[in-house]
Design a binder for this molecule. Structure first.
Ligand code: PEP
Ligand code: MG
Length: 315
């Protein structure tokens, strides 16, 4: 019965006892914009900007970028938009940004690391985001992909602020960043956990290899432990910590993530309804208890089963 009642819920994400969890959408291209904006969400938790740079020989112009960002900000007037700066390399190669001769591109100059070699690319993108954010009604946040050490977060935050943008964050996608999330959090305004890459690097398993899917399962207790470390670090420093990888799209796993201390979940628009309904049927204490069951499990299959059984018992 609790579940039937929950199926009717809409609006901001909440547990059964009213603990707020922001439910946000992932956005990866402008054709997705209408569906994303129409979804019942508090904004965009991950705006992947790579689409602007794909199939090109050079970076998009300032006008093109500003126009695209502005279109998104206008569609989300009154809501939050978390823009991720260019994440080139590895599974997202870009000929004019990333080197073709790296032997291990996933461990190479990718994500924020490209800005070290080519600072103008990031500067131009931040300038375009700042221009688009002028006079917009959207609450514009900016975050960097593939941050590994606190110094990178500090430098990124300084650059973001130099453009007049107020809210800078770091993605937690590298185990070192999760383990030292407190140091990272002190250097920026929020953290966002990318569970796709975090799983890849925690398990040394290429995320594009279907044959390694078992290692990339977001229910892996080792991955959840990294999420807990990052979420607790954020709480200790009073910084919001979201999850924007695929893990956030699984309603039962969403309960676990909330129980681990995550304050927002960002997923494909079509997944949010189920996540919202499942959250509304469980209290924060339920989520914490289920998170404990998942963490105590020896592997992903056992974690999934323990949480399924645990949540059935309390429904
Ligand atoms: C992630 O790595 O989990 C993430 C959200 O970023 P992407 O999938 O774009 O690498
Ligand atoms: Mg990633």
């Amino acid at each position: 019965r609790r579940r039937e009642a929950a199926a009717r819920v809409s609006g901001p994400g909440r547990t059964a006892d009213g603990h707020a969890v922001k439910l946000l959408v992932n956005l990866g291209a402008l054709p997705e914009l209408d569906a994303a904006a129409a979804a019942d969400s508090e904004g965009v938790g991950l705006f992947r900007t790579e689409f602007l740079y794909l199939d090109r020989e050079q970076a998009p112009t300032a006008e093109e970028q500003t126009g695209a960002y502005r279109t998104v900000f206008d569609a989300f007037a009154g809501r939050r938009v978390v823009v991720r700066t260019l994440d080139a390399g590895a599974d997202k190669p870009l000929p004019f940004v990333t080197a073709a001769d790296e032997q291990n591109p996933a461990l190479g100059v990718r994500g924020l690391r490209t800005a070290r070699r080519d600072p103008e690319l990031l500067e131009a993108q931040l300038a375009a985001i700042a221009a688009a954010a002028q006079d917009t009604e959207a609450d514009v946040w900016v975050m960097a992909p593939m941050v590994s050490v606190p110094g990178e977060a500090a430098e990124f935050t300084a650059r973001v602020r130099a453009h007049g943008l107020r809210t800078a964050g770091a993605m937690v996608e590298v185990p070192a960043a999760a383990l030292r999330a407190k140091d990272l959090a002190r250097q920026c305004d929020f953290l966002s956990i990318g569970t796709n890459d975090l799983a890849q690097y925690a398990f040394a398993a290429d995320r594009t290899l279907g044959t390694l899917a078992e290692f990339l399962d977001p229910w892996q207790p080792a991955l959840l432990e990294l999420v807990r470390t990052a979420a607790q670090a954020g709480a200790a420093c009073d910084r919001p910590v979201g999850v924007c990888g695929e893990a956030a799209a699984d309603p039962m796993l969403a309960l676990v993530l909330v129980g681990l201390g995550v304050s927002s979940l960002s997923a494909a628009p079509s997944c949010l309804g189920d996540v919202r309904a499942t959250l509304a049927a469980h209290s924060l204490d339920d989520c914490r208890r289920l998170a404990g069951l998942a963490l105590a499990a020896p592997d992903a299959t056992a974690a999934r089963a323990a949480v399924r059984d645990g949540s059935v018992r309390e429904a």
